[in-house]
Design a protein around this ligand. Structure first.
Ligand SMILES: [Zn+2]
Length: 484
């Protein structure tokens, strides 16, 4: 690298001038109009473009699916499509959601590729990474990955990559799945809820970690300790519709104990590990200490943990059931602080829908209802609403939901609006007021914890590689793709 050249992520505000000199060299290859000017594919002019150095007015130029320049406002450039955003709209990068359960094939009635990606596009999400379980077969072998890719092929409105699973049955054979292109391996430390995806014992976790480390792979973990859960299970019995009973059955100590276990295997094997859907803020000091030690561990939390508090959940409202559970108001505020402090790295939706008969099984009994929250389409406005209420800028939300999630899975070509990045872009109206109606969401099932929520922020348009996101426009991603 040339001395003084900023690396990505280190750009300073005055770098904008550097990229504003004009279209880069590639434009020399573009066709000319009648007056001898280059004709671009798309230009988008906006009063606020969210670049890595902050929001500023300007014009984004797109050629062949890539951002080729960011120019001054009113730049005289020719394009086949010229877009000027409305005064209340800002241009942001597409959301990269690294935690989505699509469930196709096998449980397509819960959610499928067409419905999930249509909902994603409507919510400003341009890339998702699909979880290996709830579909049948689960993505635990190269053959199962191929079945999943066939189901997704031609069905996706946005880009889709795949996590693999690490289960007792495929330990020792993770290399083939890794080579087949999964972005990493998901494992559970407690029962997953579906019979075809078994959890790992502590000894198996250590084996999986050693194996993944040997591959240079990533281990992503549902971290709740089964012994702590088993000891607490009775507290949830007989409480039926009372959320407090369910909460007592999934205590903070289940997460803390499991995360300590993960940290120990990271320390002993060197595996890169990621804590999925962190709910307990009481685990933050443990994670902070592991990071301070220099261990390669990251953590995510989810829109529902940042939006809701246990005391606000009405009796019998099992659309709020998820594992680990939504906890206290104080816990929610500490999770926000964990993001601000950098102990939590990313926000992902953990969109995990199910049909109403499962979500409301037991007529409001939290012990019987299926767990999982549907929120892919509303993740951005939900997080932005909660962030804005705390004085946190949109730039921080975009860092947690676009750039860092993309970096986390190695998709370095997206997640920021900068020259050379993919033109996955969203016209977002940050002050628009909306009320979520689960029936109007494009998810397959009209059940969501966000139903009725009053949110600020609306997605008006989503571009995928410079074209409007829509049916069959999405690509299937592999860990070995160029651009990673
Ligand atoms: Zn999940």
């Amino acid at each position: 690298m040339i001395a003084g050249t900023p690396t990505p992520g280190e750009q300073r505000p005055d770098d904008f001038r550097e990229t504003s000199r004009g279209p880069w060299a590639r434009t020399a290859e573009l066709p000319l109009d009648g007056r001898g000017r280059h004709v671009h594919d798309l230009v988008i002019e906006a009063a606020a473009i969210h670049t890595p150095s902050g929001p500023r007015p300007g014009t984004v130029v797109v050629d062949a699916g890539t951002i080729t320049a960011i120019l001054e406002p009113d730049a005289a450039v020719e394009a086949r499509e010229q877009v000027r955003l409305a005064g209340d709209e800002v241009l942001i990068p597409g959301i990269v959601d690294t935690h989505v359960h699509v469930n196709e094939p096998g449980r397509t009635e819960w959610e499928g590729f067409a419905s999930a990606t249509a909902a994603a596009a409507a919510g400003g999400v341009t890339t998702i990474i699909d979880m290996p379980l709830n579909s049948i077969p689960p993505t635990t072998t190269p053959e199962a990955l191929e079945i999943k890719r066939k189901a997704a092929e031609g069905a996706c409105a946005i880009n889709v990559g795949f996590w693999g699973g690490a289960v007792p049955q495929n330990l020792g054979r993770l290399a083939a799945l890794h080579e087949a292109g999964v972005f990493g391996f998901k494992c559970f430390l407690s029962p997953s809820g579906v019979p075809e995806f078994d959890h790992l014992t502590s000894a198996q976790l250590a084996d999986a970690a050693a194996e993944a480390a040997g591959l240079g792979g990533l281990l992503i973990v549902h971290a709740e300790d089964p012994a702590v859960l088993a000891a607490a299970e009775a507290r949830g019995r007989g409480t039926r519709g009372e959320y407090s009973g369910f909460l007592a059955s999934r205590p903070d100590t289940a997460e803390i104990t499991a995360i300590e276990n993960v940290i120990a295997v990271v320390r002993s094997t060197g595996v890169r590990a990621h804590i999925l859907h962190l709910s307990s803020a009481r685990a933050l000091p443990v994670l902070a200490a592991a990071k301070a030690e220099g261990l390669p561990i990251t953590a995510e939390t989810c829109p529902h943990y940042l939006s809701f508090a246990a005391t606000e959940i009405p009796p019998g409202a099992t659309q709020f059931k998820c594992c680990p559970p939504i906890r206290s108001n104080e816990n929610r505020e500490l999770l926000w602080q964990g993001l601000i402090d950098g102990v939590i790295d990313v926000i992902a939706s953990d969109h995990s829908p199910a049909p109403a008969d499962l979500k409301f099984a037991g007529n409001g009994d939290f012990a019987q209802a299926w767990g999982g929250i549907a929120g892919l389409q509303v993740a951005l406005p939900a997080v932005w609403t909660a962030a804005a209420a705390r004085g946190i800028p949109l730039a921080s939300v975009l860092e947690w939901m676009c750039h860092r999630t993309a970096q986390f899975v190695g998709l370095t070509d997206r997640g920021r609006i900068e020259q050379g990045a993919r033109a996955d872009l969203v016209a977002f109206a940050p002050h628009a007021q909306t009320r979520v109606s689960a029936r109007e969401l494009l998810h397959r099932n009209p059940v969501s914890a966000f139903d009725g929520a009053e949110l600020v922020g609306a997605v008006h348009r989503t571009w995928l590689a410079g074209g409007t996101a829509g049916p069959a426009r999405g690509q299937l991603l592999s860990r070995s793709d160029p651009g990673r």
